[in-house]
Design a protein around this ligand. Structure first.
Ligand SMILES: CC(C)(COP(=O)(O)OP(=O)(O)OC[C@H]1O[C@@H](n2cnc3c(N)ncnc32)[C@H](O)[C@@H]1OP(=O)(O)O)[C@@H](O)C(=O)NCCC(=O)NCCS
Length: 316
């Protein structure tokens, strides 16, 4: 289904346009072949209702009561859009203008009494203008920046919240999740690399964090990524992706060779991570096979062979 669905956008961008002529609702005589310029029709058990130009109805000798002006709301509204006709109907009701609504595939159409046509157009133009002025303030931008010492309590708190349910078992964790203690130790270890502890800040609040610390395969220096966490209420809004992209950009800029991590292949493969063994790197624990992944960066040397070794706090 195409077409605009956002009510604010629909209202602010609708152009009410009046069709030429006057239109009437006619109850089509049973058995009479259809004729004249029929603009809309509704079949009901009681018979066929037709909306047509008044001149055509007069020419065919058909009777009618309601004589209407036809106003088309020129915006491509989705048939799934919620609230457009309600908002338009409410504005016209307030102006004491009666209105019949017809929805076509592309637009909504209003049939208002001919005498009220000009006023109805004014009301609709005002509604569009007001909606344009009341547009919601744009969502605050996500800022990705290097962690500062003052961020630590917020980082530990969000990590505790993010890992309150174990990503491995899917069950609630009793007490403090182990990732919180790990993070505390990583902040203080020799392998801590300040520029690879990145926070995501939204409207002044630290809402996500990722850390990568020095790791090795033999003498080859690599990055070991993790933990990564996003506050639960904002998960699945792209913050984790932004943190991953920022880490990869920083790593490439710093001439790092590759990034290793333990996690869901389904999630990390989208960033180019592959099972580490395909690049000659064994996981620190053989049971991690398949979940231990590596991203070779621009200067990945090739010919690498050995077992990945994380920063001390991962094992201690
Ligand atoms: C994992 C986490 C950091 C991802 O951050 P996020 O901001 O929620 O993720 P994004 O919005 O950038 O990406 C969402 C996408 O990743 C997928 N995804 C998120 N977590 C996933 C997981 N553990 N496994 C598989 N896919 C996952 C979502 O299905 C979604 O896919 P879609 O875009 O196709 O719908 C975050 O969900 C989190 O903190 N989770 C709890 C802690 C955790 O599991 N950390 C990682 C341990 S390896």
């Amino acid at each position: 289904m195409t077409g605009e669905k956002d009510l604010h956008t629909l209202l602010a961008t609708m152009h009410p346009v009046r069709r030429d002529g006057e239109f009437v609702y006619v109850l089509w005589p049973h058995g009479k072949p259809l004729a004249g310029g029929i603009a809309a029709a509704v079949r009901e058990a009681e018979g066929l209702t037709v909306v047509m130009l008044r001149a055509d109805a007069d020419g065919l000798g058909l009777s009618y009561d309601f004589v209407a002006a036809w106003i088309t709301l020129e915006v491509h509204s989705s048939l799934e859009a919620v609230g457009l006709t309600a908002a338009v109907g409410a504005a016209l009701t307030e102006a004491k203008i009666s209105c019949n609504v017809l929805a076509g595939f592309h637009h909504d159409h209003l049939l208002v009494p001919v005498a009220d046509a000009e006023r109805a157009l004014e009301v609709l133009h005002e509604l569009a203008e007001d909606s344009g002025q009341q547009r919601p303030v744009p969502a605050p931008a996500l800022e990705l920046r290097t962690e500062q010492p003052a961020d630590r309590p917020a980082i530990l708190a969000l990590t505790a919240a993010a890992f309150a349910v174990s990503p491995v078992t899917g069950l609630p964790v009793e007490g403090e999740p182990e990732e919180v203690g790990l993070l505390r130790r990583l902040f203080d270890c020799e392998e801590y690399l300040p520029e690879f502890s990145v926070v995501a800040e939204l409207d002044g609040e630290v809402v996500g964090h990722v850390i990568s610390t020095r790791g090795w395969v033999g003498e080859l220096e690599l990055l070991g990524l993790g933990p990564i966490g996003v506050v639960p209420r904002l998960q699945r809004h792209g913050i984790g992706t932004a943190l991953m992209n920022e880490t990869m950009a920083r790593a490439n800029a710093a001439g790092e060779r590759g990034i290793a991590l333990l996690g869901s292949p389904e999630y990390y493969s989208r960033f180019g991570f592959v099972p580490s063994t395909t690049l000659g790197v064994e996981p620190p624990e053989s049971a991690w096979h398949g979940h231990f992944q590596l991203l070779p960066l621009a200067v990945w040397p090739g010919g690498v062979s050995g077992t990945f070794r994380y920063a001390g706090p991962f094992t201690g």
